[in-house]
Design a protein around this ligand. Sequence first.
Ligand SMILES: [Mg+2]
Length: 404
Amino acid sequence: MKLTRGGFLKSMAGLTFAGLPWPTTGLLLSAQPVAGQPSRSIQIQDVEIYPYNVSMIEPFRVALSTITSAENVLVRLRTREGVVGWGEASPYSPVTGETQAVDLAVGKDLANFVRGRDPFTLSAIVSDMDGFTPSNTSIKAALEMAVWDICGKLAGQPVYKLLGAYRDSFETDITIGMGTPEEMAKKATKYVQDGFKTLKVKLGDGPEPDTQRMKAIREAIGYSIKVRTDANQGWTAAETVRALRMMEKYQMQICEQPVPYWDVEGLKFSRDNSPTPIMADESVHSPHDALAIVRENAVDCINIKLMKSGGLLRGVQIATVAASAGVTCMVGCMEETRLALTAGAHLVCSQKNIVYADLDGFLELSVDPVIGGMQMRDGIVTLPNTPGLGVDIDPAFLGKLHHI
Ligand SMILES: [Mg+2]
């Protein structure tokens, strides 16, 4: 039987809408944005924001700065019914322009867009926070991941399943900060002995000294271990090409953000003329940045960080833009405890084209305040199968903090 277009639509209408309480005329789906008012009496009632500092086990040097402590912000949300959501901001001013003090001040304002809202209107909450401030992404990420935590707990599912689970475990690299070639080779040897199969090496001093670093590392660990590198904007485009050609024999998997964040043309020049694939980090904060960069065919991969994107929703959107252009992604981190890192791990598990992970930040911190959350063994990360993010904060740690 030949089905005409009209007949097809009629039959679909009969199949889809028969017996449903929707009007047969007018809009079937509301074009109005969700107002964010609580439905089914679910409502976020309390927003608590706590500053806290955790010292690094040793100073961590990258081309942008040397970091000695994580000065972070903890967020605890609670619904009227008592469901708790946790979030963490790890501001890093050279990248997002935020400090702990900034996040505390802006967090107080942003709390007004979270308090009183239905957590399942998360997209409207994120949109309202973006409308209040287009920047301040780390504190927005903290609030947003806490909302996801509540959504997962209410739905009885881990967050990565709400996002559309693709995998439930993955490999992370471990990062070697900048030092002398000997120091970095020693670290590389230790991390390989610890079971890691992929190392991320911080470079960015210049082609010659950086080549000496790579040489020392390869001589120490051989070639069975994958090595990726991150120059943190330390090279010009011309230096990138020279450096990566000099280092080609050291078989680097990918080179992250070799040129300044604003130099998309430089990223493209590097990609077109280097033997090593190129990844953007500081050049991409938002889905808009991702679109601009893939339009220029400037990179092979994008490093998504929740602290840059403003949370999981925007992170998924960046991954989607990238996937549409055949570009892969990594999820990276700032100086995060296992709280924000666990949220990052949920993102990794949710998207097929997130093929790399750099979620090692907690290993550099002197305190781990998280109970539950992501687990790591021999560089393999797994998530708990508990609803929400699957994290809790150690009551002894929380007891010493004061919220604003
Ligand atoms: Mg980076």
